[in-house]
Design a binder for this molecule. Structure first.
Ligand SMILES: [Cu+2]
Length: 606
Protein backbone atom coordinates (compact mmCIF):
# COMPACT_ATOMS: atom_id res chain seq x y z
CA UNK A 1 0.00 0.00 0.00
CA UNK A 2 1.35 3.36 -0.98
CA UNK A 3 1.62 6.01 1.67
CA UNK A 4 -1.38 8.24 2.08
CA UNK A 5 0.89 11.06 3.24
CA UNK A 6 -0.22 14.00 1.17
CA UNK A 7 1.36 17.41 1.13
CA UNK A 8 0.10 20.29 -0.94
CA UNK A 9 1.85 22.06 -2.41
CA UNK A 10 4.32 19.19 -2.36
CA UNK A 11 7.37 21.25 -3.14
CA UNK A 12 6.84 23.33 -0.01
CA UNK A 13 7.24 20.48 2.36
CA UNK A 14 10.44 18.70 3.17
CA UNK A 15 8.37 15.96 4.78
CA UNK A 16 6.75 15.13 1.45
CA UNK A 17 9.28 12.44 0.69
CA UNK A 18 8.12 10.23 3.57
CA UNK A 19 6.89 6.92 2.26
CA UNK A 20 4.60 4.66 4.24
CA UNK A 21 6.13 1.61 2.54
CA UNK A 22 9.22 2.16 4.65
CA UNK A 23 7.30 0.87 7.64
CA UNK A 24 9.23 -1.49 9.82
CA UNK A 25 8.81 -3.14 13.14
CA UNK A 26 9.88 -0.85 15.95
CA UNK A 27 12.96 -1.99 17.69
CA UNK A 28 12.07 -4.37 20.49
CA UNK A 29 15.55 -3.79 21.81
CA UNK A 30 14.55 -0.20 22.32
CA UNK A 31 11.25 -1.13 23.90
CA UNK A 32 12.89 -3.52 26.30
CA UNK A 33 15.58 -1.11 27.22
CA UNK A 34 17.62 -1.53 30.36
CA UNK A 35 16.31 -3.26 33.41
CA UNK A 36 12.78 -3.38 32.12
CA UNK A 37 13.56 -6.38 29.97
CA UNK A 38 14.29 -8.39 33.06
CA UNK A 39 10.99 -7.83 34.72
CA UNK A 40 8.23 -7.87 32.16
CA UNK A 41 7.98 -11.59 31.73
CA UNK A 42 7.20 -12.59 35.32
CA UNK A 43 4.52 -9.92 35.44
CA UNK A 44 2.43 -11.43 32.70
CA UNK A 45 -0.54 -13.40 33.91
CA UNK A 46 -1.61 -16.36 31.83
CA UNK A 47 -4.68 -14.42 30.75
CA UNK A 48 -2.79 -11.53 29.19
CA UNK A 49 -2.24 -12.65 25.63
CA UNK A 50 -1.38 -10.20 22.90
CA UNK A 51 -3.71 -10.11 19.97
CA UNK A 52 -2.38 -11.57 16.80
CA UNK A 53 -4.57 -9.68 14.34
CA UNK A 54 -7.23 -7.00 14.20
CA UNK A 55 -9.99 -9.56 13.99
CA UNK A 56 -9.47 -11.69 17.04
CA UNK A 57 -10.46 -9.21 19.70
CA UNK A 58 -13.11 -11.51 21.09
CA UNK A 59 -10.54 -14.27 21.54
CA UNK A 60 -8.61 -12.30 24.14
CA UNK A 61 -9.01 -13.57 27.65
CA UNK A 62 -10.21 -10.81 29.93
CA UNK A 63 -8.01 -9.55 32.71
CA UNK A 64 -9.63 -10.50 36.04
CA UNK A 65 -11.79 -7.80 37.63
CA UNK A 66 -10.37 -5.75 40.46
CA UNK A 67 -11.51 -6.93 43.90
CA UNK A 68 -14.53 -5.04 45.25
CA UNK A 69 -14.04 -1.85 47.25
CA UNK A 70 -16.14 -0.23 49.95
CA UNK A 71 -16.90 3.26 48.58
CA UNK A 72 -16.88 6.71 50.19
CA UNK A 73 -14.43 5.90 52.95
CA UNK A 74 -11.86 8.65 52.33
CA UNK A 75 -12.05 12.39 51.82
CA UNK A 76 -10.17 14.43 49.25
CA UNK A 77 -8.49 17.45 50.87
CA UNK A 78 -10.75 20.53 51.08
CA UNK A 79 -7.84 22.60 49.80
CA UNK A 80 -5.82 21.11 46.96
CA UNK A 81 -2.07 20.87 47.62
CA UNK A 82 -0.10 23.53 45.75
CA UNK A 83 3.65 23.45 45.13
CA UNK A 84 5.66 26.27 46.72
CA UNK A 85 8.61 27.92 45.08
CA UNK A 86 12.02 27.33 46.59
CA UNK A 87 15.58 28.33 45.69
CA UNK A 88 17.58 25.88 43.58
CA UNK A 89 21.05 24.63 44.39
CA UNK A 90 23.07 24.57 42.20
CA UNK A 91 21.73 27.62 40.36
CA UNK A 92 20.14 26.90 36.99
CA UNK A 93 22.23 27.40 33.86
CA UNK A 94 21.35 27.95 30.20
CA UNK A 95 23.64 25.16 29.09
CA UNK A 96 23.15 21.86 30.90
CA UNK A 97 25.08 21.76 34.16
CA UNK A 98 26.47 18.27 33.62
CA UNK A 99 29.23 18.67 36.21
CA UNK A 100 26.52 19.66 38.72
CA UNK A 101 24.48 16.53 38.00
CA UNK A 102 22.09 17.65 35.25
CA UNK A 103 21.29 15.41 32.30
CA UNK A 104 22.80 16.43 28.98
CA UNK A 105 19.96 18.41 27.44
CA UNK A 106 20.24 20.99 24.66
CA UNK A 107 20.71 24.59 25.84
CA UNK A 108 17.60 26.53 26.82
CA UNK A 109 16.15 28.70 24.08
CA UNK A 110 15.44 32.34 25.03
CA UNK A 111 17.45 31.86 28.24
CA UNK A 112 18.54 35.49 28.39
CA UNK A 113 14.97 36.70 28.01
CA UNK A 114 13.42 34.68 30.82
CA UNK A 115 15.96 33.11 33.17
CA UNK A 116 16.75 36.07 35.39
CA UNK A 117 13.12 36.50 36.45
CA UNK A 118 12.11 32.83 36.47
CA UNK A 119 10.61 31.61 39.71
CA UNK A 120 12.37 28.42 40.92
CA UNK A 121 10.42 25.22 41.62
CA UNK A 122 11.62 21.74 42.40
CA UNK A 123 9.90 18.40 41.93
CA UNK A 124 11.21 14.94 42.70
CA UNK A 125 9.96 11.90 40.82
CA UNK A 126 10.08 9.38 43.67
CA UNK A 127 8.56 6.20 45.00
CA UNK A 128 6.03 6.68 47.80
CA UNK A 129 5.94 3.44 49.80
CA UNK A 130 2.52 3.38 51.43
CA UNK A 131 -0.18 4.93 49.28
CA UNK A 132 -3.79 3.93 50.00
CA UNK A 133 -5.98 3.90 46.88
CA UNK A 134 -8.83 2.50 48.95
CA UNK A 135 -9.01 1.18 52.51
CA UNK A 136 -10.22 -2.05 50.88
CA UNK A 137 -6.76 -2.55 49.36
CA UNK A 138 -3.34 -2.77 51.04
CA UNK A 139 -1.12 0.29 51.20
CA UNK A 140 1.33 0.00 48.33
CA UNK A 141 4.15 1.80 46.53
CA UNK A 142 3.34 4.43 43.92
CA UNK A 143 5.40 6.92 41.95
CA UNK A 144 4.78 10.63 42.36
CA UNK A 145 6.21 13.98 41.55
CA UNK A 146 6.64 15.48 44.98
CA UNK A 147 8.00 18.60 46.61
CA UNK A 148 11.36 18.57 48.37
CA UNK A 149 9.34 18.31 51.61
CA UNK A 150 6.47 16.16 50.34
CA UNK A 151 2.87 16.49 51.44
CA UNK A 152 2.12 12.82 52.12
CA UNK A 153 -1.65 13.34 51.96
CA UNK A 154 -1.54 13.92 48.19
CA UNK A 155 0.25 12.42 45.21
CA UNK A 156 1.67 15.14 42.96
CA UNK A 157 1.07 18.80 43.91
CA UNK A 158 -0.60 21.38 41.66
CA UNK A 159 1.63 24.08 40.22
CA UNK A 160 0.00 27.52 39.98
CA UNK A 161 1.75 29.70 37.40
CA UNK A 162 1.03 33.02 35.69
CA UNK A 163 1.59 34.34 32.21
CA UNK A 164 4.42 36.84 32.18
CA UNK A 165 6.07 35.06 35.12
CA UNK A 166 8.46 32.37 33.89
CA UNK A 167 9.04 29.24 35.93
CA UNK A 168 12.26 27.25 36.19
CA UNK A 169 11.18 23.80 37.23
CA UNK A 170 13.95 21.40 38.21
CA UNK A 171 12.80 17.82 38.11
CA UNK A 172 14.91 15.29 39.99
CA UNK A 173 14.70 11.63 39.17
CA UNK A 174 14.82 9.89 42.55
CA UNK A 175 13.05 6.73 41.36
CA UNK A 176 14.60 3.43 42.49
CA UNK A 177 17.18 2.42 39.86
CA UNK A 178 16.77 -1.25 40.76
CA UNK A 179 13.02 -1.08 40.19
CA UNK A 180 11.22 -4.40 39.60
CA UNK A 181 7.75 -4.57 38.05
CA UNK A 182 6.06 -2.59 35.32
CA UNK A 183 7.32 0.87 34.44
CA UNK A 184 10.82 2.14 33.87
CA UNK A 185 12.77 4.35 36.28
CA UNK A 186 13.82 6.89 33.66
CA UNK A 187 11.68 9.96 33.12
CA UNK A 188 11.06 12.77 30.68
CA UNK A 189 8.39 15.11 31.98
CA UNK A 190 6.04 16.67 29.44
CA UNK A 191 3.97 19.68 30.43
CA UNK A 192 0.88 19.20 28.32
CA UNK A 193 0.50 21.57 26.35
CA UNK A 194 2.80 24.38 27.34
CA UNK A 195 4.21 26.63 24.62
CA UNK A 196 7.90 26.16 25.37
CA UNK A 197 11.24 25.17 23.93
CA UNK A 198 11.60 21.52 22.98
CA UNK A 199 14.42 21.10 25.53
CA UNK A 200 11.83 21.80 28.23
CA UNK A 201 8.92 19.96 26.59
CA UNK A 202 9.66 16.49 27.93
CA UNK A 203 10.50 15.09 24.52
CA UNK A 204 10.08 11.28 24.74
CA UNK A 205 13.67 10.56 23.71
CA UNK A 206 15.00 12.87 26.42
CA UNK A 207 14.49 10.43 29.31
CA UNK A 208 17.10 10.40 32.06
CA UNK A 209 18.24 8.95 35.32
CA UNK A 210 21.54 9.22 37.15
CA UNK A 211 22.89 6.35 35.07
CA UNK A 212 20.90 6.34 31.81
CA UNK A 213 20.17 8.86 29.08
CA UNK A 214 17.67 8.66 26.24
CA UNK A 215 18.89 8.71 22.63
CA UNK A 216 18.31 12.47 22.26
CA UNK A 217 20.28 13.48 25.37
CA UNK A 218 24.06 13.61 25.51
CA UNK A 219 24.50 12.26 29.05
CA UNK A 220 22.60 10.93 32.08
CA UNK A 221 21.88 13.05 35.13
CA UNK A 222 20.01 13.13 38.40
CA UNK A 223 17.85 16.08 37.33
CA UNK A 224 16.86 18.22 34.38
CA UNK A 225 15.83 21.88 34.35
CA UNK A 226 12.69 22.95 32.47
CA UNK A 227 12.28 26.60 31.53
CA UNK A 228 8.56 27.27 31.36
CA UNK A 229 8.54 30.77 29.91
CA UNK A 230 4.75 31.15 30.34
CA UNK A 231 4.39 33.28 27.23
CA UNK A 232 1.41 33.06 24.92
CA UNK A 233 1.91 31.76 21.40
CA UNK A 234 2.44 34.73 19.09
CA UNK A 235 5.30 36.17 21.15
CA UNK A 236 7.48 36.96 18.15
CA UNK A 237 4.55 38.00 15.98
CA UNK A 238 3.20 40.59 18.42
CA UNK A 239 6.52 41.86 19.83
CA UNK A 240 4.71 42.85 23.03
CA UNK A 241 6.81 40.87 25.48
CA UNK A 242 4.15 38.23 26.20
CA UNK A 243 2.35 37.07 23.02
CA UNK A 244 -1.31 36.78 22.03
CA UNK A 245 -3.62 36.54 25.05
CA UNK A 246 -6.20 34.79 22.86
CA UNK A 247 -3.83 31.80 22.88
CA UNK A 248 -3.87 31.41 26.68
CA UNK A 249 -3.82 27.95 28.21
CA UNK A 250 -5.41 27.29 31.58
CA UNK A 251 -5.59 23.67 32.71
CA UNK A 252 -2.37 21.83 31.91
CA UNK A 253 -0.91 18.70 33.38
CA UNK A 254 2.61 17.35 33.68
CA UNK A 255 3.34 13.68 33.22
CA UNK A 256 6.08 11.28 32.28
CA UNK A 257 6.57 10.82 28.54
CA UNK A 258 9.43 8.31 28.36
CA UNK A 259 9.61 6.50 25.02
CA UNK A 260 7.83 3.13 25.22
CA UNK A 261 7.08 3.45 28.95
CA UNK A 262 4.65 6.33 29.26
CA UNK A 263 1.64 4.12 30.04
CA UNK A 264 3.20 2.09 32.86
CA UNK A 265 4.97 5.11 34.35
CA UNK A 266 1.72 7.07 34.40
CA UNK A 267 -0.13 4.06 35.82
CA UNK A 268 2.46 4.08 38.60
CA UNK A 269 1.42 7.67 39.26
CA UNK A 270 3.62 10.21 37.47
CA UNK A 271 0.96 12.89 36.77
CA UNK A 272 0.18 16.31 38.23
CA UNK A 273 -1.70 19.52 37.37
CA UNK A 274 -0.26 22.87 36.26
CA UNK A 275 -2.76 25.72 36.22
CA UNK A 276 -1.85 28.82 34.27
CA UNK A 277 -3.44 32.19 34.97
CA UNK A 278 -3.35 35.62 33.37
CA UNK A 279 -5.05 38.99 33.70
CA UNK A 280 -8.40 37.61 32.52
CA UNK A 281 -8.38 34.24 34.23
CA UNK A 282 -6.47 35.64 37.17
CA UNK A 283 -7.11 32.98 39.78
CA UNK A 284 -8.65 35.61 42.06
CA UNK A 285 -12.43 35.82 42.27
CA UNK A 286 -12.07 39.13 44.16
CA UNK A 287 -9.70 40.67 41.61
CA UNK A 288 -10.47 44.42 41.40
CA UNK A 289 -9.07 44.56 37.84
CA UNK A 290 -12.14 45.25 35.66
CA UNK A 291 -10.91 42.90 32.93
CA UNK A 292 -10.62 39.96 35.35
CA UNK A 293 -13.24 37.26 34.79
CA UNK A 294 -13.49 36.45 38.53
CA UNK A 295 -14.19 32.76 38.02
CA UNK A 296 -14.27 30.70 41.22
CA UNK A 297 -10.70 30.65 42.53
CA UNK A 298 -8.54 28.62 44.90
CA UNK A 299 -9.57 26.80 47.06
CA UNK A 300 -12.85 26.70 45.12
CA UNK A 301 -10.93 26.06 41.89
CA UNK A 302 -10.38 22.32 42.23
CA UNK A 303 -8.58 20.06 39.73
CA UNK A 304 -9.76 16.44 39.53
CA UNK A 305 -7.90 13.77 37.60
CA UNK A 306 -9.56 10.51 36.58
CA UNK A 307 -7.35 7.49 35.92
CA UNK A 308 -8.51 3.99 35.00
CA UNK A 309 -6.68 1.35 36.99
CA UNK A 310 -6.87 -2.37 37.56
CA UNK A 311 -5.85 -4.23 40.71
CA UNK A 312 -4.91 -7.88 41.15
CA UNK A 313 -6.57 -10.37 43.49
CA UNK A 314 -4.46 -9.03 46.36
CA UNK A 315 -5.55 -5.45 45.70
CA UNK A 316 -2.19 -4.46 44.23
CA UNK A 317 -1.90 -2.22 41.17
CA UNK A 318 -1.69 -4.26 37.97
CA UNK A 319 -0.62 -3.35 34.45
CA UNK A 320 0.46 -5.26 31.35
CA UNK A 321 2.87 -3.00 29.49
CA UNK A 322 3.75 -5.61 26.86
CA UNK A 323 0.28 -6.19 25.46
CA UNK A 324 -0.17 -3.54 22.72
CA UNK A 325 -3.83 -3.27 23.72
CA UNK A 326 -2.93 -2.44 27.31
CA UNK A 327 -5.41 -2.92 30.14
CA UNK A 328 -8.68 -1.07 30.63
CA UNK A 329 -8.94 -0.12 34.28
CA UNK A 330 -12.19 -1.09 36.01
CA UNK A 331 -11.55 1.23 38.95
CA UNK A 332 -11.53 4.99 38.46
CA UNK A 333 -8.92 6.65 40.64
CA UNK A 334 -9.80 10.29 41.42
CA UNK A 335 -6.78 12.33 42.54
CA UNK A 336 -5.21 9.10 43.75
CA UNK A 337 -8.26 7.66 45.51
CA UNK A 338 -10.92 5.13 44.54
CA UNK A 339 -14.46 6.37 45.25
CA UNK A 340 -13.44 9.32 47.45
CA UNK A 341 -15.64 12.04 48.92
CA UNK A 342 -15.21 15.73 48.16
CA UNK A 343 -16.78 18.07 50.71
CA UNK A 344 -17.83 21.42 49.28
CA UNK A 345 -19.24 24.69 50.61
CA UNK A 346 -22.59 26.10 49.42
CA UNK A 347 -21.16 28.24 46.63
CA UNK A 348 -19.75 28.07 43.08
CA UNK A 349 -16.78 25.82 42.32
CA UNK A 350 -14.63 25.52 39.24
CA UNK A 351 -13.89 21.83 38.75
CA UNK A 352 -11.13 21.05 36.28
CA UNK A 353 -11.72 17.52 35.02
CA UNK A 354 -8.83 15.65 33.41
CA UNK A 355 -8.87 12.20 31.85
CA UNK A 356 -5.37 11.09 32.84
CA UNK A 357 -5.66 7.69 31.15
CA UNK A 358 -4.20 5.33 30.22
CA UNK A 359 -7.10 4.15 28.05
CA UNK A 360 -10.64 4.68 29.31
CA UNK A 361 -12.99 7.34 27.91
CA UNK A 362 -15.56 8.94 30.18
CA UNK A 363 -18.88 10.70 29.93
CA UNK A 364 -19.45 12.30 33.31
CA UNK A 365 -22.79 13.41 34.73
CA UNK A 366 -23.53 15.06 38.05
CA UNK A 367 -26.51 13.36 39.68
CA UNK A 368 -28.51 13.28 42.87
CA UNK A 369 -28.71 9.99 44.80
CA UNK A 370 -31.91 9.21 42.83
CA UNK A 371 -29.85 9.62 39.62
CA UNK A 372 -31.59 12.83 38.50
CA UNK A 373 -29.09 14.77 36.39
CA UNK A 374 -27.93 18.16 37.65
CA UNK A 375 -26.90 20.95 35.24
CA UNK A 376 -23.66 22.92 35.27
CA UNK A 377 -21.76 25.44 33.16
CA UNK A 378 -19.01 24.28 30.78
CA UNK A 379 -16.30 26.94 30.49
CA UNK A 380 -13.12 25.39 29.08
CA UNK A 381 -12.17 22.46 26.87
CA UNK A 382 -8.64 21.07 26.83
CA UNK A 383 -7.85 23.74 29.40
CA UNK A 384 -8.75 26.60 27.07
CA UNK A 385 -11.56 28.97 28.00
CA UNK A 386 -14.34 28.96 25.41
CA UNK A 387 -15.48 32.27 23.96
CA UNK A 388 -18.78 31.89 25.76
CA UNK A 389 -19.74 29.54 28.56
CA UNK A 390 -22.09 26.70 27.67
CA UNK A 391 -24.96 26.93 30.13
CA UNK A 392 -27.14 24.13 31.48
CA UNK A 393 -24.87 21.35 30.35
CA UNK A 394 -25.52 17.83 31.56
CA UNK A 395 -22.35 15.94 30.72
CA UNK A 396 -18.63 16.18 29.99
CA UNK A 397 -17.17 13.64 27.61
CA UNK A 398 -13.42 13.15 27.85
CA UNK A 399 -11.08 11.09 25.70
CA UNK A 400 -7.69 10.40 27.26
CA UNK A 401 -5.84 13.69 27.99
CA UNK A 402 -8.88 15.83 27.25
CA UNK A 403 -9.90 18.32 29.93
CA UNK A 404 -13.20 19.96 30.70
CA UNK A 405 -13.54 22.84 33.17
CA UNK A 406 -17.01 23.21 34.61
CA UNK A 407 -18.56 25.56 37.14
CA UNK A 408 -21.06 24.00 39.52
CA UNK A 409 -23.17 26.19 41.78
CA UNK A 410 -23.57 24.25 45.00
CA UNK A 411 -25.49 27.15 46.60
CA UNK A 412 -28.56 25.61 44.92
CA UNK A 413 -28.45 22.75 47.39
CA UNK A 414 -29.22 22.70 51.10
CA UNK A 415 -26.47 21.71 53.47
CA UNK A 416 -26.21 17.93 53.69
CA UNK A 417 -27.02 17.36 50.02
CA UNK A 418 -25.18 14.44 48.46
CA UNK A 419 -24.33 14.36 44.79
CA UNK A 420 -22.37 11.92 42.67
CA UNK A 421 -20.18 12.27 39.64
CA UNK A 422 -21.00 9.24 37.51
CA UNK A 423 -19.46 7.83 34.35
CA UNK A 424 -22.09 6.50 31.97
CA UNK A 425 -19.79 5.68 29.07
CA UNK A 426 -19.05 2.02 28.51
CA UNK A 427 -16.30 0.48 26.43
CA UNK A 428 -16.77 -2.02 23.62
CA UNK A 429 -15.98 -5.50 24.97
CA UNK A 430 -14.93 -3.77 28.20
CA UNK A 431 -11.46 -3.37 26.73
CA UNK A 432 -9.32 -0.51 25.46
CA UNK A 433 -10.79 -0.63 21.94
CA UNK A 434 -13.18 2.31 22.01
CA UNK A 435 -16.04 3.82 23.94
CA UNK A 436 -19.45 2.36 23.27
CA UNK A 437 -22.91 3.24 24.57
CA UNK A 438 -23.94 5.66 27.28
CA UNK A 439 -25.69 3.57 29.90
CA UNK A 440 -27.61 4.91 32.91
CA UNK A 441 -27.30 5.08 35.83
CA UNK A 442 -23.54 4.65 35.34
CA UNK A 443 -20.68 4.12 37.73
CA UNK A 444 -20.32 6.48 40.68
CA UNK A 445 -16.70 7.64 40.83
CA UNK A 446 -16.86 10.62 43.21
CA UNK A 447 -19.27 11.57 45.97
CA UNK A 448 -19.76 15.27 46.63
CA UNK A 449 -21.24 16.39 49.93
CA UNK A 450 -22.41 19.97 50.39
CA UNK A 451 -21.36 20.21 54.01
CA UNK A 452 -20.93 23.85 54.98
CA UNK A 453 -21.70 27.49 54.37
CA UNK A 454 -18.89 29.39 52.66
CA UNK A 455 -16.82 31.36 55.18
CA UNK A 456 -17.28 34.50 53.12
CA UNK A 457 -19.57 35.78 50.38
CA UNK A 458 -19.20 34.08 47.00
CA UNK A 459 -18.24 36.96 44.70
CA UNK A 460 -17.18 34.66 41.88
CA UNK A 461 -19.05 34.76 38.57
CA UNK A 462 -19.18 33.23 35.12
CA UNK A 463 -19.31 36.16 32.68
CA UNK A 464 -21.23 35.70 29.44
CA UNK A 465 -18.02 36.25 27.45
CA UNK A 466 -14.79 34.56 28.52
CA UNK A 467 -11.91 34.81 26.07
CA UNK A 468 -11.94 35.79 22.37
CA UNK A 469 -10.75 33.46 19.67
CA UNK A 470 -8.44 34.71 16.99
CA UNK A 471 -10.51 34.81 13.78
CA UNK A 472 -9.74 32.01 11.35
CA UNK A 473 -7.90 32.87 8.14
CA UNK A 474 -10.11 33.51 5.10
CA UNK A 475 -11.20 30.61 2.91
CA UNK A 476 -8.67 31.73 0.29
CA UNK A 477 -5.88 31.87 2.86
CA UNK A 478 -6.79 28.44 4.20
CA UNK A 479 -6.82 27.02 0.68
CA UNK A 480 -3.24 28.17 0.17
CA UNK A 481 -1.88 26.44 3.28
CA UNK A 482 0.20 23.27 3.23
CA UNK A 483 -1.80 20.17 4.17
CA UNK A 484 -0.38 17.08 5.81
CA UNK A 485 -2.49 13.98 6.10
CA UNK A 486 -1.82 11.56 8.95
CA UNK A 487 -3.65 8.24 9.06
CA UNK A 488 -3.85 6.38 12.36
CA UNK A 489 -4.27 2.64 12.14
CA UNK A 490 -3.42 -0.73 13.54
CA UNK A 491 -0.63 -2.49 11.70
CA UNK A 492 1.24 -5.72 12.40
CA UNK A 493 -0.38 -5.89 15.82
CA UNK A 494 1.08 -2.50 16.66
CA UNK A 495 -0.04 1.09 16.08
CA UNK A 496 1.11 3.14 13.14
CA UNK A 497 0.84 6.60 11.60
CA UNK A 498 0.84 6.55 7.79
CA UNK A 499 1.97 2.96 8.05
CA UNK A 500 5.11 3.83 10.01
CA UNK A 501 6.15 3.22 13.58
CA UNK A 502 7.97 5.67 15.81
CA UNK A 503 11.62 6.44 15.20
CA UNK A 504 12.39 9.08 17.81
CA UNK A 505 15.60 10.08 16.02
CA UNK A 506 13.98 10.94 12.69
CA UNK A 507 11.58 13.86 12.14
CA UNK A 508 8.66 12.96 9.88
CA UNK A 509 7.98 16.65 9.18
CA UNK A 510 10.23 19.68 9.25
CA UNK A 511 8.24 22.85 9.56
CA UNK A 512 9.63 26.33 9.15
CA UNK A 513 9.49 28.50 12.28
CA UNK A 514 6.39 30.67 12.17
CA UNK A 515 4.62 28.35 9.73
CA UNK A 516 0.88 27.66 9.54
CA UNK A 517 -0.46 24.36 8.23
CA UNK A 518 -3.53 22.21 8.06
CA UNK A 519 -3.14 18.72 9.45
CA UNK A 520 -5.67 16.10 8.50
CA UNK A 521 -6.01 13.49 11.21
CA UNK A 522 -7.70 10.43 9.79
CA UNK A 523 -8.82 7.05 10.99
CA UNK A 524 -9.53 3.95 8.98
CA UNK A 525 -12.42 1.99 10.33
CA UNK A 526 -10.85 -0.84 12.28
CA UNK A 527 -12.83 -0.24 15.41
CA UNK A 528 -10.41 1.77 17.54
CA UNK A 529 -10.62 5.32 18.84
CA UNK A 530 -7.46 7.37 19.02
CA UNK A 531 -7.23 10.60 21.05
CA UNK A 532 -4.49 12.35 19.10
CA UNK A 533 -2.34 14.92 20.89
CA UNK A 534 -0.14 17.42 19.07
CA UNK A 535 2.49 19.07 21.24
CA UNK A 536 3.40 22.76 21.35
CA UNK A 537 0.45 24.83 20.05
CA UNK A 538 -3.29 24.56 20.29
CA UNK A 539 -5.18 23.79 17.09
CA UNK A 540 -8.56 24.78 15.71
CA UNK A 541 -10.85 22.18 14.18
CA UNK A 542 -11.78 23.39 10.69
CA UNK A 543 -13.98 20.44 9.79
CA UNK A 544 -14.86 16.88 10.62
CA UNK A 545 -15.96 14.53 7.89
CA UNK A 546 -17.08 10.93 7.87
CA UNK A 547 -17.04 9.25 4.48
CA UNK A 548 -16.75 12.70 2.97
CA UNK A 549 -19.85 14.03 4.72
CA UNK A 550 -19.55 16.92 7.15
CA UNK A 551 -20.10 16.13 10.80
CA UNK A 552 -21.28 18.89 13.13
CA UNK A 553 -18.48 20.10 15.41
CA UNK A 554 -19.88 20.15 18.95
CA UNK A 555 -19.92 23.54 20.70
CA UNK A 556 -17.22 22.60 23.21
CA UNK A 557 -14.83 21.69 20.37
CA UNK A 558 -15.15 25.02 18.56
CA UNK A 559 -12.41 26.66 20.59
CA UNK A 560 -8.75 25.72 20.74
CA UNK A 561 -7.84 22.11 21.36
CA UNK A 562 -4.79 19.91 21.77
CA UNK A 563 -6.46 16.49 21.70
CA UNK A 564 -8.50 15.31 18.73
CA UNK A 565 -10.37 12.01 18.91
CA UNK A 566 -10.30 10.19 15.55
CA UNK A 567 -12.43 7.14 14.98
CA UNK A 568 -14.47 5.34 12.33
CA UNK A 569 -13.80 6.70 8.86
CA UNK A 570 -13.46 10.25 10.13
CA UNK A 571 -11.03 12.93 9.07
CA UNK A 572 -10.49 15.97 11.29
CA UNK A 573 -8.90 19.00 9.66
CA UNK A 574 -6.93 21.05 12.18
CA UNK A 575 -5.34 24.47 11.74
CA UNK A 576 -1.95 24.69 13.46
CA UNK A 577 0.73 27.31 13.89
CA UNK A 578 4.37 26.78 14.82
CA UNK A 579 5.67 29.90 16.49
CA UNK A 580 8.38 31.23 18.79
CA UNK A 581 10.51 28.13 19.40
CA UNK A 582 12.45 25.63 17.34
CA UNK A 583 13.28 22.03 18.02
CA UNK A 584 11.80 18.58 18.21
CA UNK A 585 8.23 17.81 19.20
CA UNK A 586 5.83 14.90 18.81
CA UNK A 587 2.32 13.96 17.80
CA UNK A 588 0.94 10.77 19.26
CA UNK A 589 -2.10 8.83 20.31
CA UNK A 590 -2.84 9.60 23.95
CA UNK A 591 -4.28 6.16 24.53
CA UNK A 592 -1.01 5.64 26.34
CA UNK A 593 -0.51 2.04 25.35
CA UNK A 594 -0.90 2.97 21.67
CA UNK A 595 1.66 5.71 22.20
CA UNK A 596 4.08 3.21 23.76
CA UNK A 597 3.50 0.79 20.89
CA UNK A 598 4.62 3.27 18.32
CA UNK A 599 1.62 5.45 17.38
CA UNK A 600 3.81 8.52 17.66
CA UNK A 601 5.93 10.57 15.32
CA UNK A 602 8.52 13.25 15.72
CA UNK A 603 8.21 16.56 13.90
CA UNK A 604 10.63 19.45 14.09
CA UNK A 605 10.39 23.21 13.85
CA UNK A 606 13.42 24.42 11.92
CU1 LIG B 1 -4.70 5.17 19.78
Amino acid sequence: MKSSFLVTPAENQPGASIDGDAAEQPSRRNFLKGSAALMVAPLLPASAKSRTSDEDAVAVAAVPASPPTVPWQEFLPDVIGVLDANPLDPSPTGTANIAGGEAGRPSHQRWNEFAARAEPYELHAAQRENWVFSPSYPAQPVWTYQAKEPDLSILSPVVFAHYGHPVLCRIYNDLPANHVGFGSPEISTHLHNLHCGSESDGFPGDYYSATKAGPTLTSPGGFRDHLYSNIYAGYDELQNGIGDYREALGTLFYHDHTTDFTAPNIVRGLVGFYCLFDELDSGDERDPNPSALRLPSHPYDYPLSFSDRRFDADGMLYYDQVNPDGVLGDKVVVNGKIEPVLRVARRKYRLRLLNAGPSRFYQFYLVRPNNVIQPFTYIANDGNLLERPLLNQTFVRLGVAERGDIVVDFSRYPRGTELYLVNRLTHVADDTRRPDRVVAPGVRVLKIVVDREPPEQDLSQVPSFLRPLRPLPSTAELAALPVRRWVFERRQNMWAINGQFLDINVPRAQIPLGGMEIWELASVDNGWDHPIHIHFEEGRILSKTTDGRNVVIPAHERGRKDVFVVNGRTTIRVLLRFRDYKGKYVMHCHNLIHEDHSMMLRWDIV
